[in-house]
Design a binder for this molecule. Structure first.
Ligand code: SF4
Length: 112
């Protein structure tokens, strides 16, 4: 999946992880782990059932992340989120707008 919205979300996540790594020496030392986490997030986005209409992951009724990875991403976002505005203002504003999107109905093939 390679639409604008998904590409933007991938970029936001990449920037947030990079920011988190810069400020946290332990995270900086563990590059492989964070690269793997970033790759995992990209794959989730590639397979997102909502595609370009996706809601914010934190509001998603599906939540496709493994629980441990979800927790880790939450921790990164909690730390990096407020700092993103100064480093990447345009991306942050777009992300905040995306966050306010309503949660769409699940595509029919995923409904029970
Ligand atoms: S958590 Fe929901 S919105 Fe986020 S990638 Fe997974 S299915 Fe898509």
């Amino acid at each position: 999946m390679n639409g604008k919205r998904i590409r933007r979300e991938k970029l936001t996540i990449r920037r947030m992880i990079a920011l988190y790594q810069q400020r946290c020496p332990q995270a900086l030392a563990d590059r492989e782990h964070y690269q793997a986490l970033n790759d995992y997030a990209d794959k989730r986005l590639d397979k997102c059932v909502f595609g370009e209409e996706k809601p914010a992951c934190k509001q998603c009724p599906v939540h496709c992340y493994q629980p441990a990875k979800r927790e880790e991403m939450k921790q990164i976002m909690r730390w990096a989120g407020p700092r993103m505005l100064w480093r990447h203002p345009i991306l942050t504003v777009r992300h905040l707008i995306d966050d306010r999107r309503p949660v769409p109905e699940l595509p029919e093939k995923y409904r029970k």
